[in-house]
Write a protein that binds this ligand. Structure first.
Ligand SMILES: [Zn+2]
Length: 293
């Protein structure tokens, strides 16, 4: 385990404890959330070492890597994914009409397959060998492991990371590689949970998107603006992920062991989405960063 004494975003050393959170995925270990006094970045502490991280990913519940979902909850999520894919495409079309797409952390390639059907040239990066193999069969495209992936200079119009950045121990090094692989004017799309959302405040320690310790970092708008500056990229806009509000709220209600968690979670998800329409602090945010031309 690694304990933090320095903020990776701004380098300052004053980190204050927010609270302790349980690993609800099964280890039952407790982890602290630390907030940087200077830039408000929140990080999980201690962080498992790279070689310890794997054991915290319970395979059977990690839905994005599952081709055939099992539990009721997974099955609903799988159905919602279809609608979610259309929503993702719509949001990408705001910035790029078509072209070459790299999905970093592509899982079994459902997003890549969907984009391919819509005329995009697709490639992916995936850590899980089994998921990568499914993605390869599905798209007949290059799917690299993170270690194999090398800079593809100025190749992509869009590079997406759907709920990936918060999992990466070396996220800044990865973004540097990805930025170099974007065409000038290309967009980096980073989707991450937003702990400034209504559902994060409502559920507190039980908020499912803290997801310690596999979520190592917890981003917000101010932090992402700072990072965009550090990376010399233009901060274009943020977009909400309305499906995530429901998913995360239902899981959170389950963590809280609420009766009728399904309904109570759905209600909180709905409230979160309504509030996000005015305050723009959705449960999960998509950050659109553009490579300077
Ligand atoms: Zn900081």
């Amino acid at each position: 385990m690694k304990s933090e004494n320095q903020c990776p975003v701004c380098g300052k050393v004053q980190l204050d404890k927010v609270f302790d959170v349980l690993d609800f995925r099964g280890s039952n270990e407790s982890f602290s959330l630390l907030r940087c006094n200077e830039c408000s970045f929140v990080l999980t502490s201690p962080r498992p070492l790279d070689n310890e991280l794997g054991k915290y990913y319970p395979k059977s519940t990690y839905v994005s890597h599952n081709e055939k979902p099992t539990g009721v909850f997974d099955r609903i999520y799988f159905q919602v994914q279809k609608a979610n894919l259309k929503d993702k495409l719509k949001k990408i079309l705001r910035h790029s009409k078509t072209g070459a797409l790299l999905d970093y952390g592509c899982g079994s390639g459902s997003f890549l397959g969907f984009m391919q059907q819509n005329g995009w040239k697709v490639e992916g990066v995936e850590l899980s060998k089994e998921a990568a193999e499914i993605a390869r069969k599905r798209t007949d495209s290059a799917i690299w492991s993170p270690d194999e992936f090398e800079i593809q200079p100025n190749k992509y119009d869009v590079i997406s990371l759907w709920h990936v950045l918060e999992h990466l121990p070396d996220f800044e090094r990865v973004v540097e590689k990805l930025k170099a692989s974007l065409k000038p004017g290309g967009v980096l799309l980073i989707a991450v949970p937003n702990h400034k959302s209504y559902d994060a405040h409502y559920f507190g320690k039980n908020w499912a998107a803290w997801d310690v310790p596999i979520h190592l970092w917890h981003f917000n708008r101010e932090v992402m603006m700072q990072l965009a500056k550090n990376w010399n990229m233009n901060f274009e806009e943020t977009l909400p992920m309305p499906f995530d509000a429901f998913y995360v709220s239902m899981l959170s209600a389950q963590n809280k062991k609420k009766k009728l968690w399904f309904l109570k979670g759905a209600l909180r998800g709905l409230i979160s989405n309504v509030k996000a329409k005015s305050n723009k602090e959705a449960s999960s945010l998509i950050y659109i960063l553009k490579k300077v031309v």
